[in-house]
Design a protein around this ligand. Structure first.
Ligand code: PEP
Length: 257
């Protein structure tokens, strides 16, 4: 069984005080319960350092929500991957649908960021997902294929150990609508088979594919119990420690068998 991975994407939320409090609560409970799952939180950039302090000596990983692919230099307003590494990030989220939708990120840009993140030693959570019109028009698989093809251009099988894919149907992000466990499983299976064709079966079988889209404590277990769902990328519910810890608990229970 692949080790389940629950990551919280805090988006443009929290204050410094609430970010530290949330991180401390998550770290304390993870230290107490020692779940057999990977856990990460991705706070807004200004709070990476204080959250990193709150997570000190914790297995909870720190991640960035985005970064520029260029080396440090004259890119006003941007944050480099070197900076993420410098403040203790182990991973970075790339290609989130909000970056694609509101900031014009293309598959080509996403691809540059993925390669650049690996060059700096970061793991990558690479987000893909279809909008509602695509799902309704039966275009989910072709949209995901295009995103995977573009985002993973030039990627070698040996690099896949540093990659997690997050399947996030855009219509389910922050809407309260969730893909049914069957929809999630069918789509994750499609993604895994796509990876097997593009790379090889063993690499595809080893890769973790998270589901994201209105995951909460009370729907986590049925989603995470699907054979090809290897964790969750959690937005709204990761801002409430009881919800986020409930999702981690569901994952831990499934991991315990
Ligand atoms: C996300 O932003 O990655 C996400 C899945 O958000 P939510 O859980 O709020 O739908």
């Amino acid at each position: 069984m692949r080790r389940l991975f629950v990551a919280g994407n805090w988006k443009m939320n929290t204050t410094m005080a609430s970010a530290q409090a949330l991180a401390s609560e998550v770290a304390a409970e993870v230290a107490r319960s020692q779940p057999n799952v990977d856990v990460a939180v991705c706070p807004p950039f200004p709070y990476l350092i204080p959250v990193g302090i709150s997570l000190a000596n914790s297995p909870v990983m720190l991640g960035g929500q985005n970064a520029h692919y260029e080396k440090p230099g004259a890119f006003t307003g941007e944050t480099s991957l070197e900076m993420l590494v410098d403040v203790g990030c182990r991973l970075v989220v790339i290609g989130h649908s909000e970056r694609r939708q509101f900031f014009g990120e293309t598959d080509e840009l996403v691809n540059k960021k993925i390669h650049a993140a690996w060059q700096r030693g970061l793991d990558v959570i690479f987000c893909i997902g279809e909008v509602l019109q695509d799902r309704e028009a039966n275009r989910t698989e072709s949209v995901l294929s295009t995103q995977l093809q573009g985002g993973l251009a030039g990627v070698e099988p040996a690099q896949l150990g540093k990659l997690v894919i997050a399947y996030e149907p855009v219509w389910a992000i922050g809407t309260g609508l969730t893909a049914s466990p069957e929809q999630a499983e069918a789509t994750h299976l499609f993604v895994r088979n796509w990876l097997a064709t593009r790379f090889d079966r063993a690499s595809a079988d080893a890769m973790r594919i998270q589901y994201g889209g209105s995951v909460k404590a009370d729907n986590a277990k049925e989603l995470l119990s699907q054979p090809n769902v290897d964790g969750a990328l959690v937005g709204g519910a990761s801002l409430k420690s009881d919800q986020f810890l409930g999702i981690i608990r569901a994952a831990a229970e499934l991991s315990a068998g």
